[in-house]
Design a protein around this ligand. Structure first.
Ligand code: ZN
Length: 310
């Protein structure tokens, strides 16, 4: 037996001990993160739907199931038919964030005013796809969403805004606001990698087959473009897909994804909705990063919201 052996045994014991401690620390940390996530007070969401030129009846449940699956949100739903608009005046203040899947009749003045007050004072908004077609004549709403389409929108409503040569272009040329090419699987490119919503996403990923909005117009003030997609067969420009807007003390997350209940089955839609809604409500994203194997760029990934696990 050489004199070195006891030292070797000691060293190996020490290394094993260190490995165990490290593993335990790591586990403890994972458990803490998971516990924080589950024990944190739930984010109160008011989902507004009931009128839309899209199939809101099948879309809203996919959004509810997606947010529900995370355990982070508590969702109330206000379904506002045309006949309900006259009576629609919810207590927005009860909610951390309003999620709009609404593209319909104008709300009454009183409701508009209470909504503007709510957002200005730090209420928050998530706008999904055709919800940005809504309320073309409501100035404050268009300031909140940054960009919108259809409903007679044109150069009077603000510039076209798109991405070119690494910069945002504001284009005041005349023309209608809002169009799209044929549905296809489009590649989303993250342009702001430092935002809490996009920080944990792959830098490029594929959204499942759906139409991609282009040529949106609006005031686009206090707006950040987080991600774009090239509008092949449409404007031929890199169009905003994910945006944030600040309005008073309020945070707005605007996604043009989510044309149908099928395309809402896209992992790209789901992960950005989850992160965007949490960010709008709290200013932070506590969800872990999304890996390229979950959200790939070479394959349009679908997922049943039931399979979302955190
Ligand atoms: Zn659509």
């Amino acid at each position: 037996m050489s004199a070195i052996t006891p030292f070797r045994i000691m060293k190996s014991l020490l290394l094993t001990f260190l490995a165990i401690i490290t593993a335990q620390l790591f586990l403890a940390q994972s458990v803490t993160i998971a516990d924080d996530h589950k024990s944190a007070p739930k984010i109160k969401v008011l989902l507004v739907d009931g009128q839309n030129n899209h199939d809101w009846k099948r879309c809203s449940p996919v959004m509810i199931d997606t947010l529900d699956a995370t355990g982070r949100f508590q969702i109330d739903r206000a379904t506002v038919s045309k006949a309900d608009v006259a009576n629609f005046n919810p207590d927005f203040e009860k909610y951390d964030v309003v999620l709009s899947n609404y593209n319909g009749a104008a709300w009454k003045k009183e409701t508009e005013e209470s909504f503007v007050k709510y957002i200005k004072n730090g209420g928050n908004l998530v706008v999904v796809h055709a919800a940005d077609n809504s309320f073309p004549k409501w100035k404050a709403f268009n300031e909140m969403i940054g960009l919108g389409g259809w409903g007679g929108r044109n150069e009077k409503d603000g510039p076209y805004v798109y991405w070119k040569d690494g910069k945002v272009v504001r284009d005041n040329s005349k023309g209608r606001g809002g169009s799209h090419g044929r549905p296809w699987e489009y590649k989303v490119v993250v342009r702001d990698k430092d935002h809490p919503i996009t920080r944990g996403l792959p830098t490029e990923f594929l959204q499942v087959k759906e139409e991609l909005y282009d040529r949106l117009r609006g005031p686009a003030q206090n707006m950040k473009i987080l991600a774009t997609a090239f509008a092949k067969g449409g404007s031929g420009r890199d169009e905003p897909v994910l945006m944030t807007i600040s309005y008073g003390k309020g945070r707005v997350f605007h996604t043009v994804m989510g044309h149908s209940h099928t395309s809402m089955g896209g992992v790209a839609f789901q992960e950005t909705l989850i992160r965007g809604t949490e960010w709008a409500a709290t200013g932070k994203v506590t969800f872990p990063p999304v890996t390229a194997s979950v959200l790939p760029v070479d394959k349009a990934a679908y997922r049943d919201p039931k399979d979302i696990k955190f």
